[in-house]
Design a binder for this molecule. Structure first.
Ligand code: CA
Length: 223
């Protein structure tokens, strides 16, 4: 899962990105609406976390702009402006949800799951491939109901491949699923994650194999 966080309080943004990272979520962070516009043009996000008081304007003005551009990504407003009238402004202004600061990361996670469950967002509750069952909202993997522990990046690669089972997934798509735009990506890092993931899948008799499509990407197949 990849999120865009638009937040000008650096400390809060860093803490939030780290906490989301622990939940297996990749976060791109920006402090301005101008950069957010650019990032939403370049990337596809599962959800957007939006502050209201930003250096280049009121966060809520971003929502109609994004919708006019055809982007339907769910938006959760995270703000200190938490009076009832302000929450009404936010929801009527097109936000999918509204959460006042300070908040617990657990509540944000629950609200994220709630917006991602809505039919328009079409996140499947479970993806089954081979003997593996992946829960994309809670980011866990089981084989015959036994949890399969995977390091975060391998799990994200597996999820990206499983969503498009039997189809070649481009290297760039896999990298986008695993790294945020500020992270330096070593040229062979993805291949290293895949090679460890392959071994783990084999050891667990997962009933799936990852095939390399030279120079293009990877593909997940049931055995
Ligand atoms: Ca702010």
């Amino acid at each position: 899962m990849r999120l865009l966080l638009i937040e000008d309080e650096k400390e809060l943004a860093d803490a939030l990105s780290a906490a989301l990272g622990k939940q297996g979520i990749v976060t791109d962070h920006t402090m301005s609406l101008a950069d957010a516009c650019e990032l939403t043009r370049q990337n596809t996000y599962d959800a957007i976390l939006l502050d209201r008081r930003l250096p280049d304007g009121e966060g809520l003005t971003f929502i109609p702009k994004l919708r006019r551009a055809g982007v339907e990504t769910p938006i959760i407003v995270l703000t200190a402006r938490n009076e009832p009238i302000e929450r009404i402004e936010g929801l009527d202004g097109g936000a999918d949800d509204y959460l006042g600061k300070p908040f617990l990361i657990e509540e944000l996670m629950a609200r994220l799951r709630a917006v991602l469950r809505r039919p328009v967002n079409l996140v499947e509750p479970q993806i089954t491939v081979g003997r593996i069952v992946i829960d994309p909202l809670h980011l866990n993997v089981t084989i015959d109901s036994t949890p399969l522990e995977l390091p975060r990046r391998e799990l994200l690669v597996l999820l990206a491949l499983a969503k498009r089972k039997d189809k070649t997934v481009l290297r760039s798509t896999l990298e986008a699923a695993v790294y945020n735009y500020e992270e330096e990506i070593q040229s062979n890092a993805l291949d290293a994650h895949i090679s460890r993931l392959r071994k783990r899948l084999l050891d667990a008799s997962a009933g799936v194999t990852v095939h390399a499509i030279r120079g293009v990407g990877y593909l997940l197949k049931e055995e």
